[in-house]
Design a protein around this ligand. Structure first.
Ligand SMILES: [Fe+2]
Length: 247
């Protein structure tokens, strides 16, 4: 086996509703892990000030400013991660929250090009590969998407619909489901849903229970496209990898 490539997958940061402690733990890990590929799996920013949910509720977004969120997200996440893993290939997947900017432009076309994450953060110019909302990125034989299904058994639904191995975010809820064929080929597909890096008790849930936990993942890839995916659960800002405690 030739040298394995390493990828880090960061799901659902939801800036500014992220948990800072998760990143205090992840940042030194990035330095140790030395990812060749860095994937933001969607919903990097909340963008609730331009959400249609808040259109008639200005009190929900009082003092929230799009420009400020983009600037701070850039400094606290993108630039920091670029320094920690300067040679990594960088992938930005748009989630439904990122897409709020495009949905806003659908209603207010004069803002086209001015408020979308890919434009404001100059992602392509900075070397990021941008996967537009609904698209996918391939890590060998593993398909990476933001996530499409939200039902109770979303991992089963995902593997049945894709007929491929898939890792996704979106639900903020961990699940794994594998599908084999009833003949002895040894072939299977597996769908893995990751938790999130945001708060698991956001204000808009008003105390209702969620099925969310904090997670991210790493993937090892060989030259044939085979992959080994490891979801990593963060508990109270701490996780353990390779017998080392982070956070
Ligand atoms: Fe999300």
């Amino acid at each position: 086996m030739k040298k394995l490539r390493r990828a880090i997958l960061l799901p659902d940061i939801h800036y500014p509703d992220h948990i800072r402690a998760n990143f205090t733990a992840i940042e030194p890990f990035i330095k140790d892990f030395k990812p060749d590929i860095f994937v933001y799996m969607g919903d990097q920013l909340d963008l609730d000030m331009i959400s249609s949910w808040n259109e008639s509720k200005p009190r929900n977004t009082e003092m929230k400013r799009l420009n400020q969120d983009y600037k701070k997200f850039d400094v606290l996440f993108l630039r920091k991660h670029e320094k920690l893993a300067p040679k990594a290939r960088r992938i930005w997947i748009d989630g439904n929250h990122c897409q709020r900017a495009d949905w806003y432009v659908d209603k207010h076309p004069a803002f086209e090009g001015m408020i979308e994450p890919r434009n404001v953060l100059k992602l392509a110019e900075r070397g990021y590969k941008v996967i537009k909302f609904g698209g996918y990125y391939k890590l060998g034989k593993l398909i990476v998407i933001h996530g499409k299904y939200w039902n109770v058994y979303h991992a089963a639904k995902t593997v049945n619909m894709f007929e491929n191995s898939v890792v996704y975010a979106h639900t903020h809820n961990p699940q794994i489901y594998a599908k084999t064929v009833p003949i002895d080929t040894g072939k299977y597909h597996i769908a893995t849903s990751l938790g999130c890096l945001s708060s698991t008790t956001p204000e808009y849930k008003a105390g209702r229970a969620t099925r969310w936990i904090n997670q991210f993942a790493v993937v090892y890839l060989d030259d044939k496209g085979s992959f080994w995916l490891y979801p990593i659960t963060i508990v109270n800002g701490k996780f353990i990898f390779n017998s080392k405690i982070y956070g």
